[in-house]
Design a protein around this ligand. Structure first.
Ligand code: F6P
Length: 369
């Protein structure tokens, strides 16, 4: 099928993840190799909605030169936002109130006016839900799955996850020696939103003694018992990895800020709560380390870089084949395509019967249950 494409645009939305620049580079080069023009939209869709904020007008040409040497860099040269959902935009009104506005019409009008034929939208659940809505309103769209949280369905993994897990694992490796030297409990809080992938993978790879994830509500007494049991065996230190979204059996998830129009709630603080509870119950010295945004920074691993480039080039191939309303996904052995509507609004948590959880249990790791 002929694509009749002359121009495409690419945008990055939601929290940044290592590998975004590698996708942008692959998209821009694969497009140039087909004789297409490629444009970058700044900060999600803000470059289209608020061009006056940007000296270059918010949308700029992504030439080969513009994407040279960026594949190994963290962040995104386009900028990103997790406050700019154009379907639910928090518009400040003259009376001081905030109204929930749907600005998708402005985006469609921009694409028509500039004769841009298609969009590559790189993002997580929120961005892919927006991409799906734009597709349903008539825009040609291909999504690319990004997030350190690995919580997107229908893809084996998202780029950014491997880098985050690798860094968290290195941090755990470093914490073992200081924890052992001081006979302390180290509680390490990691990101992941409502999924425990980062905590689970880094916790097992980094030989933690307890891993607490949102999919398994935890009882802090069980974690304290694990710490005491180790002490009685002469292993006087413990490492507890906790996902920011982990919930106690008898309480609530720790939240730093509630959801607002166009912006999800901010999680955080569970590490401190667990640290205090373990200190009370075990009498041990406890320290809490929050890895937070460190997990989002730095250079993508070669796995994430390659996945990102495969995704970017597959997105362009999909458009060339005349496809729309799909997300490129990592399967075996090849990248494949899944309908955006099968992904939008669905979260992939850790399956409790996965062999990775089983591995943790076989190794004697406490999951707080
Ligand atoms: O989705 C990626 C992520 O890093 C989550 O793990 C975390 O909860 C959230 O984004 C943090 O967002 P912000 O950058 O707004 O603090």
């Amino acid at each position: 099928m002929s694509s009749h494409i002359r121009r495409i645009a690419v945008c990055t939305g939601g929290g940044d993840a290592p590998g975004l620049n590698a996708v942008i580079r692959a998209v821009a080069i694969a497009a140039a190799n087909r004789g297409w023009e490629c444009y970058g939209i700044r900060e999600g869709f803000n470059g289209i909605l608020f061009p006056e904020r940007y000296p270059d007008g918010g949308v700029f040409r992504l030439t080969r030169d513009r994407v040279r040497g960026i594949g190994h860099l963290g962040g995104t040269i386009l900028g990103t936002t997790n406050k700019g959902n154009p379907l639910h935009f928090p518009m400040k009104m003259s009376d001081g109130t905030t109204k929930d506005m749907d600005l998708s019409g402005d985006i469609l009008a921009f694409f028509a006016r500039k004769e841009i034929d298609a969009l590559v939208s790189i993002g997580g659940d929120g961005s892919l839900t927006i991409a799906n809505a734009l597709h349903q309103k008539g825009l040609r769209v291909v999504g690319v799955p990004k997030t350190i949280d690995n919580d997107l369905d229908k893809t084996f993994t998202t780029f950014g996850f491997d880098t985050a897990v690798g860094f968290a694992t290195e941090c755990l490796d470093r914490l073992h020696s200081t924890a052992e030297s001081h006979q302390r409990v180290m509680v390490v809080e990691v990101m992941g939103r409502y999924a425990g992938w980062i905590a689970l993978h880094a916790g097992i790879a980094g030989a933690a003694q307890a891993i607490l994830i949102p999919e398994i509500p935890f009882d802090v007494d069980k974690v304290a018992a694990k710490v005491r049991a180790r002490d009685s065996e002469g292993r006087m230190y413990s490492i507890v990895v906790v996902a920011e979204g982990a919930e106690p059996v008898d309480g609530h998830r720790a939240i730093l800020a509630p959801a607002e129009i166009g912006h999800a709630e901010r999680l955080g603080g569970v590490g401190d709560r667990i640290g205090r509870a373990l200190a009370e119950r075990t009498g041990k010295d406890v320290r809490v380390v929050v890895l937070g945004h460190l997990l989002r920074g730095g250079s993508p691993t070669s796995f994430d870089r390659l996945a990102a480039m495969r995704f970017g080039s597959a997105a362009v191939r999909a458009l060339d084949e005349g496809q729309s309303g799909i997300m490129v996904a990592l399967g075996f052995p090849n990248v494949n395509y899944v309908a955006l509507e099968e992904v939008a609004g669905r979260m992939k948590g850790v399956p409790l019967d996965s062999d990775t959880v089983q591995t943790g249990r076989d190794l004697g790791i406490c999951f707080g249950d």
